[in-house]
Design a protein around this ligand. Structure first.
Ligand code: AMP
Length: 111
């Protein structure tokens, strides 16, 4: 999608600190980390959020969850939180599906 920040990161039009890439997904360091390790994992397919995941495209989500443990291990964390904000009131600010992987410290509870 031409005006999507994360699509531009995938294409290389906007620079990012890449930590992993394959044919289906791309992972990079969050520009404003909330923890010592804060990685964003995104599908190359543009989906706005979890709300657009369905039976036809959900395999990419399974794929992302299969690579998250590898990324976490490479980043040196054994315990971590995976979060996806869905919608503005839930805290979503970039409308391209992404999974935050947070770790490297004791994480507080959230509401
Ligand atoms: P969310 O608020 O859940 O939509 O998450 C979007 C995340 O993208 C935030 O944690 C931002 O810090 C992060 N972000 C925004 N722009 C960039 C960028 N150019 N490179 C890396 N991370 C970014």
């Amino acid at each position: 999608m031409s005006d999507c920040l994360f699509c531009k990161i995938i294409s290389g039009d906007i620079p990012s600190d890449k930590v992993y890439e394959d044919e289906l997904c791309y992972a990079f360091k969050d520009i404003a980390p909330m923890a010592p390790v804060h990685i964003l994992v995104i599908p190359k397919l543009h989906l706005t959020s979890v709300a657009e995941v369905n039976a036809d495209n959900c395999s990419v989500v399974g794929h992302i969850f299969s690579v998250i443990p590898k990324i976490a291990k490479e980043q040196g964390i054994e315990e971590y939180r995976v979060v996806s904000n869905c919608g503005e009131t839930a805290g979503q600010s970039v409308f391209h599906l992404h999974f935050h992987v947070l770790g490297g410290k004791t994480l507080g509870q959230f509401n």
